[in-house]
Ligand binder design. Sequence first.
Ligand SMILES: [Zn+2]
Length: 267
Amino acid sequence: MPELPEVQSVLDGVLPILQTKRVLGLKSYYPGTLILDPHLAEDIFPLSLKKAWRRGKYMIFDFNEGYSSIVHLRMTGKLVYEPQPEDIHKHERARFELEDGEAIRFIDPRTFGKIWLFKSENLDNYLPKLGVEPLEEELNSKYLTQVLKGRKAPIKNLLLDQRLIAGLGNIYVCELLYRSGVRPDRSGGKVNLSEIKRIVKDTKEVLEEAIVAGGTSISDYRNVDDKSGKFQRFLRVYQKKECPRGHDIENIRLAGRSSFFCPKCQK
Ligand SMILES: [Zn+2]
Protein backbone atom coordinates (compact mmCIF):
# COMPACT_ATOMS: atom_id res chain seq x y z
CA MET A 1 0.00 0.00 0.00
CA PRO A 2 1.58 3.31 -1.03
CA GLU A 3 2.57 5.46 1.93
CA LEU A 4 4.09 8.94 2.01
CA PRO A 5 7.47 8.01 0.39
CA GLU A 6 5.80 6.09 -2.45
CA VAL A 7 3.32 8.89 -3.11
CA GLN A 8 6.17 11.43 -3.04
CA SER A 9 8.18 9.32 -5.51
CA VAL A 10 5.22 9.08 -7.89
CA LEU A 11 4.62 12.81 -7.60
CA ASP A 12 8.29 13.59 -8.26
CA GLY A 13 8.10 11.38 -11.34
CA VAL A 14 4.90 12.88 -12.73
CA LEU A 15 5.91 16.50 -12.15
CA PRO A 16 8.38 16.98 -15.04
CA ILE A 17 5.91 15.33 -17.43
CA LEU A 18 3.00 17.57 -16.48
CA GLN A 19 5.25 20.63 -16.53
CA THR A 20 5.88 20.10 -20.24
CA LYS A 21 2.67 18.46 -21.50
CA ARG A 22 -0.83 19.84 -21.08
CA VAL A 23 -3.68 17.56 -20.07
CA LEU A 24 -6.12 17.27 -22.98
CA GLY A 25 -8.63 15.01 -21.28
CA LEU A 26 -9.32 12.72 -18.36
CA LYS A 27 -10.87 9.40 -19.34
CA SER A 28 -12.57 6.97 -17.00
CA TYR A 29 -12.65 3.22 -17.61
CA TYR A 30 -14.15 2.06 -14.34
CA PRO A 31 -17.25 3.32 -12.53
CA GLY A 32 -16.40 5.24 -9.38
CA THR A 33 -12.69 5.82 -9.99
CA LEU A 34 -13.10 9.29 -11.48
CA ILE A 35 -15.24 11.70 -9.51
CA LEU A 36 -16.11 14.93 -11.31
CA ASP A 37 -17.50 17.89 -9.49
CA PRO A 38 -21.13 18.15 -10.68
CA HIS A 39 -20.71 21.87 -11.34
CA LEU A 40 -17.82 21.53 -13.78
CA ALA A 41 -18.28 23.14 -17.19
CA GLU A 42 -18.70 20.87 -20.23
CA ASP A 43 -15.24 21.31 -21.61
CA ILE A 44 -12.49 22.45 -19.25
CA PHE A 45 -9.53 21.05 -21.20
CA PRO A 46 -6.71 21.63 -22.01
CA LEU A 47 -5.26 22.10 -18.53
CA SER A 48 -1.72 23.30 -17.81
CA LEU A 49 -0.04 22.54 -14.50
CA LYS A 50 0.50 25.36 -12.05
CA LYS A 51 1.62 23.34 -9.02
CA ALA A 52 1.81 19.72 -7.90
CA TRP A 53 2.00 18.97 -4.21
CA ARG A 54 1.37 16.26 -1.67
CA ARG A 55 -0.65 16.22 1.51
CA GLY A 56 -0.34 12.95 3.47
CA LYS A 57 -0.96 10.21 0.90
CA TYR A 58 -2.87 12.51 -1.48
CA MET A 59 -1.39 14.08 -4.62
CA ILE A 60 -2.87 17.43 -5.62
CA PHE A 61 -2.49 18.95 -9.08
CA ASP A 62 -3.48 22.61 -9.43
CA PHE A 63 -4.00 23.85 -12.96
CA ASN A 64 -3.69 27.42 -14.25
CA GLU A 65 -7.26 27.30 -15.54
CA GLY A 66 -8.65 27.24 -11.98
CA TYR A 67 -9.21 23.50 -11.68
CA SER A 68 -7.56 20.94 -9.44
CA SER A 69 -7.29 17.19 -9.37
CA ILE A 70 -6.60 14.98 -6.37
CA VAL A 71 -5.19 11.48 -6.90
CA HIS A 72 -5.37 8.94 -4.10
CA LEU A 73 -3.65 5.63 -4.85
CA ARG A 74 -5.18 3.80 -1.87
CA MET A 75 -4.30 0.06 -1.84
CA THR A 76 -2.90 -0.76 -5.27
CA GLY A 77 -3.18 2.37 -7.43
CA LYS A 78 -0.29 3.63 -9.50
CA LEU A 79 0.30 6.31 -12.10
CA VAL A 80 2.29 5.09 -15.06
CA TYR A 81 3.70 7.37 -17.73
CA GLU A 82 3.30 6.10 -21.29
CA PRO A 83 4.91 8.03 -24.16
CA GLN A 84 3.03 5.81 -26.61
CA PRO A 85 0.01 4.31 -24.86
CA GLU A 86 -1.52 1.32 -26.57
CA ASP A 87 -4.90 -0.20 -25.80
CA ILE A 88 -6.46 0.14 -22.41
CA HIS A 89 -4.52 -1.92 -19.88
CA LYS A 90 -6.44 -4.68 -18.07
CA HIS A 91 -6.36 -2.78 -14.76
CA GLU A 92 -6.39 0.73 -16.19
CA ARG A 93 -9.17 2.66 -14.42
CA ALA A 94 -8.53 6.14 -15.78
CA ARG A 95 -6.15 8.02 -18.03
CA PHE A 96 -4.76 11.54 -18.21
CA GLU A 97 -4.50 12.20 -21.94
CA LEU A 98 -1.54 14.45 -22.69
CA GLU A 99 -0.28 16.40 -25.66
CA ASP A 100 1.52 14.51 -28.44
CA GLY A 101 -0.51 11.35 -27.82
CA GLU A 102 1.19 10.66 -24.49
CA ALA A 103 -0.66 9.55 -21.37
CA ILE A 104 -0.45 8.96 -17.65
CA ARG A 105 -2.40 5.82 -16.85
CA PHE A 106 -4.07 5.15 -13.54
CA ILE A 107 -3.61 1.42 -13.01
CA ASP A 108 -5.40 -0.04 -10.00
CA PRO A 109 -6.14 -3.79 -9.72
CA ARG A 110 -8.11 -3.49 -6.47
CA THR A 111 -10.10 -0.44 -7.67
CA PHE A 112 -10.05 1.45 -4.35
CA GLY A 113 -8.06 4.37 -5.77
CA LYS A 114 -9.78 7.62 -6.72
CA ILE A 115 -9.26 10.69 -8.86
CA TRP A 116 -11.26 13.84 -8.22
CA LEU A 117 -11.54 16.81 -10.56
CA PHE A 118 -13.06 20.07 -9.33
CA LYS A 119 -12.72 23.84 -9.19
CA SER A 120 -9.62 24.70 -7.15
CA GLU A 121 -11.65 26.94 -4.83
CA ASN A 122 -13.52 23.82 -3.63
CA LEU A 123 -10.41 21.96 -2.47
CA ASP A 124 -11.61 21.76 1.13
CA ASN A 125 -14.69 19.80 0.00
CA TYR A 126 -12.47 17.10 -1.48
CA LEU A 127 -9.36 16.91 0.66
CA PRO A 128 -10.16 15.35 4.06
CA LYS A 129 -8.99 16.92 7.32
CA LEU A 130 -5.48 15.62 7.88
CA GLY A 131 -2.96 15.83 10.71
CA VAL A 132 0.54 17.27 10.59
CA GLU A 133 3.01 16.54 7.79
CA PRO A 134 5.66 14.28 9.35
CA LEU A 135 8.58 15.78 7.43
CA GLU A 136 7.66 19.32 8.44
CA GLU A 137 8.73 21.00 11.67
CA GLU A 138 5.09 20.76 12.86
CA LEU A 139 5.76 17.12 13.77
CA ASN A 140 7.84 17.59 16.90
CA SER A 141 7.97 16.11 20.39
CA LYS A 142 5.69 18.80 21.78
CA TYR A 143 2.96 17.98 19.26
CA LEU A 144 3.32 14.23 19.70
CA THR A 145 3.28 14.51 23.50
CA GLN A 146 0.08 16.51 23.24
CA VAL A 147 -1.77 14.08 20.95
CA LEU A 148 -0.63 10.96 22.85
CA LYS A 149 -1.53 12.30 26.28
CA GLY A 150 -4.01 10.07 28.10
CA ARG A 151 -4.55 7.85 25.05
CA LYS A 152 -5.09 4.14 25.77
CA ALA A 153 -4.92 3.07 22.13
CA PRO A 154 -1.70 1.37 20.99
CA ILE A 155 1.01 3.79 19.85
CA LYS A 156 1.00 2.11 16.44
CA ASN A 157 -2.70 2.76 15.86
CA LEU A 158 -2.24 6.40 16.83
CA LEU A 159 0.71 6.88 14.46
CA LEU A 160 -1.43 5.39 11.68
CA ASP A 161 -4.29 7.81 12.38
CA GLN A 162 -4.21 10.20 9.41
CA ARG A 163 -6.01 12.87 11.46
CA LEU A 164 -2.99 13.04 13.81
CA ILE A 165 -0.09 12.53 11.37
CA ALA A 166 -0.70 12.40 7.62
CA GLY A 167 1.06 9.89 5.40
CA LEU A 168 2.27 7.08 7.65
CA GLY A 169 1.18 3.54 6.88
CA ASN A 170 1.84 0.06 8.17
CA ILE A 171 5.34 -0.52 6.80
CA TYR A 172 6.96 2.69 8.02
CA VAL A 173 5.27 2.63 11.41
CA CYS A 174 6.59 -0.91 12.01
CA GLU A 175 10.06 0.22 10.94
CA LEU A 176 10.21 3.47 12.90
CA LEU A 177 8.96 1.83 16.10
CA TYR A 178 11.71 -0.75 15.79
CA ARG A 179 14.31 2.00 15.42
CA SER A 180 12.82 3.83 18.40
CA GLY A 181 12.77 0.68 20.53
CA VAL A 182 9.05 1.00 21.34
CA ARG A 183 6.61 -1.92 21.15
CA PRO A 184 3.71 -1.22 18.77
CA ASP A 185 1.09 -2.33 21.33
CA ARG A 186 2.15 0.09 24.09
CA SER A 187 -0.60 2.53 25.09
CA GLY A 188 0.09 5.90 23.45
CA GLY A 189 -0.28 7.69 26.78
CA LYS A 190 2.39 5.48 28.37
CA VAL A 191 5.14 6.40 25.91
CA ASN A 192 7.62 8.66 27.74
CA LEU A 193 9.26 11.86 26.53
CA SER A 194 12.61 10.39 25.54
CA GLU A 195 10.79 7.70 23.52
CA ILE A 196 8.59 10.37 21.93
CA LYS A 197 11.70 12.29 20.90
CA ARG A 198 13.14 9.15 19.33
CA ILE A 199 9.86 8.41 17.52
CA VAL A 200 9.82 11.93 16.02
CA LYS A 201 13.44 11.64 14.87
CA ASP A 202 13.03 8.08 13.53
CA THR A 203 9.79 8.95 11.71
CA LYS A 204 11.57 11.67 9.75
CA GLU A 205 14.64 9.52 9.15
CA VAL A 206 12.80 6.45 7.90
CA LEU A 207 10.63 8.55 5.56
CA GLU A 208 13.59 10.50 4.20
CA GLU A 209 15.61 7.33 3.59
CA ALA A 210 12.62 5.73 1.86
CA ILE A 211 12.09 8.75 -0.39
CA VAL A 212 15.74 8.63 -1.45
CA ALA A 213 15.32 4.90 -2.21
CA GLY A 214 12.20 5.62 -4.31
CA GLY A 215 9.82 3.95 -1.87
CA THR A 216 9.25 0.34 -0.86
CA SER A 217 8.04 -2.20 -3.37
CA ILE A 218 6.07 -4.66 -1.29
CA SER A 219 3.19 -6.08 -3.37
CA ASP A 220 2.91 -4.09 -6.57
CA TYR A 221 3.99 -0.53 -5.87
CA ARG A 222 5.84 1.01 -8.81
CA ASN A 223 7.04 4.51 -9.56
CA VAL A 224 5.82 6.45 -12.57
CA ASP A 225 8.29 4.71 -14.91
CA ASP A 226 6.84 1.40 -13.67
CA LYS A 227 10.06 0.61 -11.78
CA SER A 228 10.30 -0.76 -8.25
CA GLY A 229 11.42 1.24 -5.22
CA LYS A 230 14.47 -0.01 -3.33
CA PHE A 231 13.66 0.60 0.32
CA GLN A 232 12.56 -3.03 0.92
CA ARG A 233 16.30 -3.84 1.10
CA PHE A 234 16.56 -1.65 4.19
CA LEU A 235 13.57 -3.03 6.08
CA ARG A 236 14.53 -4.29 9.54
CA VAL A 237 11.33 -5.88 10.87
CA TYR A 238 8.52 -5.59 8.32
CA GLN A 239 7.82 -9.11 6.97
CA LYS A 240 11.13 -10.26 8.49
CA LYS A 241 11.84 -13.39 10.53
CA GLU A 242 14.77 -11.91 12.48
CA CYS A 243 15.72 -8.40 13.55
CA PRO A 244 19.19 -7.09 12.56
CA ARG A 245 20.49 -8.30 15.95
CA GLY A 246 19.29 -11.85 15.26
CA HIS A 247 16.23 -11.97 17.53
CA ASP A 248 12.98 -13.60 16.42
CA ILE A 249 10.38 -11.13 15.12
CA GLU A 250 6.83 -11.36 16.37
CA ASN A 251 3.80 -10.51 14.29
CA ILE A 252 0.63 -9.40 16.06
CA ARG A 253 -2.59 -7.89 14.71
CA LEU A 254 -3.22 -4.25 15.60
CA ALA A 255 -6.05 -2.29 13.99
CA GLY A 256 -6.45 -5.22 11.61
CA ARG A 257 -2.87 -4.89 10.32
CA SER A 258 0.15 -7.18 10.68
CA SER A 259 2.46 -5.57 13.19
CA PHE A 260 6.04 -6.79 13.09
CA PHE A 261 8.28 -6.08 16.07
CA CYS A 262 11.20 -7.47 18.06
CA PRO A 263 10.17 -8.32 21.64
CA LYS A 264 13.82 -8.01 22.76
CA CYS A 265 14.75 -4.71 21.08
CA GLN A 266 11.39 -2.99 21.64
CA LYS A 267 10.07 -2.20 25.13
ZN1 LIG B 1 15.90 -7.53 18.22
